[in-house]
Design a protein around this ligand. Sequence first.
Ligand SMILES: [Fe+2]
Length: 304
Amino acid sequence: MPNTQQYSQMISSSLMGEWIVVASEQEFLQCQQIKTCLDGQTLNIHRDIIDGVHVYQVKFDSLEADMLNLAVQVAFGFVWLCVGTEKKPLFQLDEYEIVEARRVPCGAYGVRTSPLRGIENFLDMAHFPYVHTGILGAEPETAVKPYHVEWREDVDEIWATECFFTQPLAAPSSPQPQETEYIYRVASPLNAILYKVNTAAKGIIPADVVCLFIQPLSETHIRAHLLMILDDQTSSMTDMVLFQQKIFTQDKPILENHLPLKLPLEKLEIPTKADALATAYRKWLITKNWSYGVHKSMQTEQVV
Ligand SMILES: [Fe+2]
């Protein structure tokens, strides 16, 4: 068996014990096997059907990596992998179990950025009027109002509540501009969820849910998996997916042009009051000694 030092050479120590998404079940609609990547290691994921249930087997190409202790589970329409002993169980997503809610997998996007930048951009309201103009924000309503941020110690998650933003088109079914209430949840360093109160909804779920699950291909290259759970009984599946695709394709070039690609955790970027959530996220990563996708000062960035 490889020793601990060899482990860290194959998979970053920050990623060990994390539940990480490695595929969407949608990718298996046309095939039984896919090849993908985690932290530079090629993965083969094979789907079997045993007693009518989909079962996924995950194997690394590298024999050494394949000797690692792996756990696999399916949740929320995705295949999740944990390398080594789990730090905590995979988070809950209660809305996914509500049958009447619309489950909308929105695909995976390859983005040349750090996994941490991907999450931090998702947590940022200040860019709405400038990047998602006319949809999630518009001038002159550019101010981020004060909101509440907390670390929920019992589940080790970061939450931001009482976030309000005036939006021209908050959801595909929005009839008019509205002040939208958001709740942000960082369930683990690479997985974030936002709850968005949809005033046009029927009340099947308390809020629409948008999930961003990051698959780290490398420290500067990700697959961003998006899932929505919506209280929308009228829009077509295509329209709902296109709405989210439009938003994400606006974010992608911003992320890819943000230098350094890796996320500095200290000092390099000066936070403002609007960045309270991002600041809490960075501090949380520091307390975890998280190093994957982190920009170190004086470091020349290598893009993989
Ligand atoms: Fe955005």
